[in-house]
Write a protein that binds this ligand. Sequence first.
Ligand SMILES: [Cu+2]
Length: 181
Amino acid sequence: MPYSLRRAAIGAIFAVVAFTAPAFAHEVTIGSLTLTDLWTRATPPKAPTAAGYLTIANKGSEADRLVAASTPLAETGELHIMQVKDGVMTMRPVEGGIEIPPGGTVTLAPGGYHLMFITLKETLKDGGKLPVTLTFEKAGAITTFLHIMPVGSQGPTGAASGMDMKGGAMKMDQSQTGTGQ
Ligand SMILES: [Cu+2]
């Protein structure tokens, strides 16, 4: 299939999965936290880094913090945030972790908070799974995986773009999405 057609088809699929349970979705619970929409993108061969994304809901009565992320497929894992500084989009490590307020939801998404895996040991292939360990200050550590989506993907629900009213707007209540985009 021509690339542009393939892209269009993928877009149509995402518009649908925003309202139904996609086959690739999984949900992870650790303590009072629920993790959903865990995803990353396929990488070109020899790409040095990959970003990872997920949504974290805190049903507890205390704030928690995502303080570390790692994968056996990269030498280093960091927590990053994208910010516009002097008109230039830059990213930097988050100091002190990413807070998830009690009763709140935080979405790591392109343009805001993300996991950053540095010095990849393998190419990430579309349709595969990237094993990750996420460590929270109170809830502890959990090992799960990120769904590897196609290059250029904006995520399983379209929540990646704050402009996307289809999937994004439904997830905005009580949430913070970093700087958005
Ligand atoms: Cu980054």
